[in-house]
Ligand binder design. Structure first.
Ligand SMILES: CC(C)(COP(=O)(O)OP(=O)(O)OC[C@H]1O[C@@H](n2cnc3c(N)ncnc32)[C@H](O)[C@@H]1OP(=O)(O)O)[C@@H](O)C(=O)NCCC(=O)NCCS
Length: 178
């Protein structure tokens, strides 16, 4: 294991097993400023939020990543401002090719737009983006890109509607003891 890989493993271990459980949002955010490629203003990181390769994750301002969310930065991940990602959601930027011998892995950069709402316990798989103002329903498995202002639900997720309001808004999510 080379030195970069070792440092990365230690950062991930410390975040996912210690820092994320510190019962102070300020402390968690302080370490996020150190570990993330970009950590915008007034982001919310819930207790138990987990991440892979935080040094490849760019967060805009006021992004809310609730308790139990997992994000995978290995392929490079950007989450734009005022996007709310609900409890238990998993966002992947790495996968395996099921058709090749040896289960080889591949990565893909992912972009989650601004003012999106990703419902609880959904999964955004490698290769799928979520464009500005989109909504993903609770429990959805997203395999393809969700278009601007669209609402997708189900497994595999499909479009059911357009969001009626697509005006820019700012999140101000600072719940007590979370
Ligand atoms: C996606 C969502 C925003 C849609 O809300 P809506 O526009 O008010 O939609 P409706 O409730 O009118 O539902 C429209 C249709 O989609 C279906 N549907 C809604 N949400 C669904 C979901 N998550 N999965 C599967 N189907 C869903 C409804 O059953 C309905 O189907 P029908 O037309 O056959 O009756 C909402 O249902 C949802 O999943 N919200 C996330 C909740 C959440 O995660 N909360 C915790 C964090 S705050």
């Amino acid at each position: 294991m080379n030195i970069k890989c070792l440092i990365g493993t230690i950062i991930e271990f410390c975040w996912n097993n210690v820092i994320t459980f510190v019962p102070s949002r300020k402390v968690r955010c302080f370490f996020a400023h150190v570990c993330f490629a970009k950590f915008g203003k007034n982001c919310f990181l819930g207790i138990g939020f987990k991440v892979k390769a935080p040094w490849k994750v760019h967060l805009g301002d006021r992004v809310a990543l609730n308790s139990g969310v997992f994000i995978d930065g290995r392929g490079g991940l950007t989450i734009c401002s005022d996007t709310d990602i609900a409890t238990g959601t998993l966002i992947w930027t790495m996968g395996h090719d099921p058709h090749s011998a040896g289960n080889p892995s591949y990565t893909s950069q992912k972009m989650i737009g601004k003012n999106c709402w990703i419902g609880a316990c959904s999964q955004i798989l490698v290769g799928a983006d979520v464009e500005d103002f989109a909504v993903v329903g609770a429990g959805a498995i997203v395999t393809k890109t969700v278009g601007h202002g669209e609402i997708w639900v189900g497994n595999p997720a499909k479009k059911i509607a357009n969001r009626r309001c697509t005006e820019h808004y700012q999140l101000d999510y600072r719940p007590f003891l979370k």
